[in-house]
Design a protein around this ligand. Sequence first.
Ligand code: NAD
Length: 272
Amino acid sequence: MQKPNERLKGQTAIVTGSSSGIGAAVALALGRDGANVVVNYNSSDEGAQEIAKQINDDNLCGEAIVVKCDVSKEEDVQNMFKQTIDKFGTVDILVANAGLQKDAPLHEMTLEDWQLVIDVNLTGQFLCAREALREFMRRGMRPEVSKSLGKIIHMSSVHQIIPWAGHTNYAASKGGLVMLMESICQEYAPLKVRCNSIAPGAIKTPINKEAWESDEALEKLNKLIPYKRIGVPDDIGSATAWLASDESEYINGTTLYVDGGMTCYPGFTTNG
Ligand code: NAD
């Protein structure tokens, strides 16, 4: 672990889907910067316990608890916030990270697979953001820990602007996040809420294993990345900790692309 700084000390963060991949790195990064962290999982209790243990074992970090919740279920989300508030008193930071893919050519996509992806990737982010806003407004400003009433960070994707054949449900869910995030900003920034998105490019996690598990796949992937390396979860963890801190206080309603330049369309380097 990197040397901690205390920029999130005294604050509490919920990180959804943090038993693996990007969410796990985000939970560790926020804990390292002093936040108390709710490590949320839906299926891997073991992964979540391991991340919470790493945070709790380091006495320079905040405290972590593990909470099971399916972010697409209203009652589950409300319970997760209740457990968090019962334990830590409030919520200052939400990182709505949980997401999944169910890929198919559109003409073969079942309604079930369309709905599942929208339910988790878009409705889940709405449910979590709504509970966070309710808690921020109930609690009021805490100038001793942050200049903002609260921070919401949506984990989006470069596919909020890059169309993705064969993954239409996923791209549509991430495209929807743009307007969710920007509308929340417009509506609640006057109360000093900050709402932003992070749009990762290709990050080495279980969700996209087939894109990096062989040398050939990696070579093909690198053609899409001007910086010529696949991202790692810590690239997103460190960006998220900064975006959650007062160091980025004036950033609101923005998507931060963390993608090694993928959205600069490297296919046009020698073409077009
Ligand atoms: P991952 O599969 O390791 O993580 C996704 C997490 O979400 C898992 O822990 C999973 O259990 C959890 N989850 C799924 N459904 C859930 C539900 N209903 N309730 C609660 N948790 C649930 O993959 P990842 O790459 O770490 O993905 C994290 C986020 O980053 C996702 O939103 C994904 O769309 C986004 N993202 C990833 C990449 C990438 O290249 N890895 C790129 C762009 C965006």
